[in-house]
Design a binder for this molecule. Structure first.
Ligand SMILES: Nc1ncnc2c1ncn2[C@@H]1O[C@H](COP(=O)(O)OP(=O)(O)O)[C@@H](O)[C@H]1O
Ligand SMILES: [Mg+2]
Length: 247
C-alpha cells in the first residue's frame, strides 16, 4: 500500500507515495527542510485519521511546534485531537516546562533517568519507549529526529553498525511507516542508516550564486520506480513544495 506524504510535488516522484510499514531516511544539512518535510508527512496522515508520532532527541517539541505553526498544517488542532503526538526522548528534559501545549507533550521521561542526565539515550532505550507509544496510541506514521543523536553503547564502529541495523530492523516490525532524520552534509558519505533504510531522500541546502538554494533528491527507494534528479524545493503555505528540475 502507498502512503501519501501529502507534500506537494513529492508523491508523484515515488509512484504515488511511500510503501507502508517500511523505514525511510531523510538526510541533509541543517536548514534544508527535514523537519518541515516530516511534520508535513505526519500532519497529512493525521488529517486522514492516521495517528502520527514525532520523536525528538535534540530539539524541544515546543520549538518544532512553534516553527511549524507558521504553516497552515493545523498542527495545533491535530495535537489537541491527539492525532499528532510529540515525544521528547532527548537527554535534557525540560522539567517545569509549563505552557499551553505541555499537557499534550510527554511531561517526564524514564529515558532521561536511565540514560543519565546529559547523555543521549541508546538505540535500545529509544526503541523501547517508541514501541510503548506506538501500541498505546496506535501510531501509524512515525518520525525520529534525529538518529544522529542516538548514543551508542560501544565505541567499536562495527558494533555501532550492528546496533543501528538492529534498531532499524526492530522499527520495521512496529507496523508504522517510519521516517528517520539524519543530519548529514555529504550525500555520498554512506552510513549504516542509508544501507538499512528502504528509501533515502537527500535534502540539499547550498549557496549558489549568492543565494541559498534548496533541493530534494531521491537517492534510493526499494520497490519503486523513482525520480533521481535534484528537484527545486520552495516554501508554500502548507510547507515544502517540490518543483521541477534544478536549473
Ligand atoms: N514560513 C517558514 N517558516 C519556517 N521556516 C521557513 C519558512 N520559510 C522558509 N523557512 C526556512 O526553513 C528552514 C527550516 O527548515 P527545517 O525543516 O527546520 O530544516 P532542518 O530540519 O533540515 O534543519 C528555516 O531555517 C528557514 O530558512
Ligand atoms: Mg530539523
Amino acid at each position: 500500500m502507498r502512503i501519501k506524504t501529502g507534500i506537494e510535488g513529492f508523491d508523484e516522484l515515488v509512484q504515488g507515495g511511500l510503501l507502508s510499514d517500511r523505514v525511510y531516511l531523510v538526510s541533509g544539512p541543517p536548514g534544508s527542510g527535514k523537519t518541515t518535510f516530516c511534520v508535513q508527512y505526519l500532519a497529512h496522515g493525521a488529517a486522514l485519521g492516521e495517528t502520527g508520532l514525532y520523536v525528538t532527541l535534540l530539539e524541544s517539541p515546543q520549538n518544532i511546534i512553534d516553527d511549524m505553526s507558521n504553516y497552515s498544517m493545523n498542527v495545533l488542532t491535530l495535537i489537541k485531537m491527539k492525532k499528532l503526538l510529540f515525544a521528547d526522548l532527548g537527554p535534557r528534559m525540560e522539567y517545569g516546562f509549563m505552557d499551553e501545549m505541555s499537557e499534550y507533550i510527554t511531561p517526564e521521561y524514564e529515558v532521561s533517568a536511565s540514560a543519565g542526565e546529559h547523555e543521549a539515550p541508546s538505540p535500545a532505550i529509544v526503541f523501547k519507549e517508541i514501541a510503548a507509544y506506538v501500541s498505546e496510541y496506535d501510531v501509524k506514521r512515525l518520525v525520529i529526529d534525529s538518529v544522529s543523536a542516538i548514543r551508542f553503547t560501544t565505541r567499536d564502529l562495527s558494533l555501532q553498525e550492528k546496533e543501528m541495523s538492529r534498531f532499524i530492523r526492530n522499527l520495521k516490525k512496529l507496523g508504522c511507516t517510519t521516517i528517520l532524520i539524519s543530519e548529514m552534509t555529504d550525500p555520498s558519505a554512506y552510513s549504516t542508516e542509508q544501507f538499512a533504510a528502504h528509501g533515502v531522500v537527500f535534502m540539499h541546502n547550498f549557496l549558489y550564486d549568492k543565494t541559498m538554494t534548496r533541493a530534494l533528491q531521491i537517492i534510493k527507494m526499494r520497490g519503486t520506480k523513482h525520480d533521481c534528479n535534484m528537484r527545486a524545493v520552495n516554501f508554500g503555505d502548507k510547507g515544502l513544495v517540490i518543483n521541477g528540475l534544478l536549473e
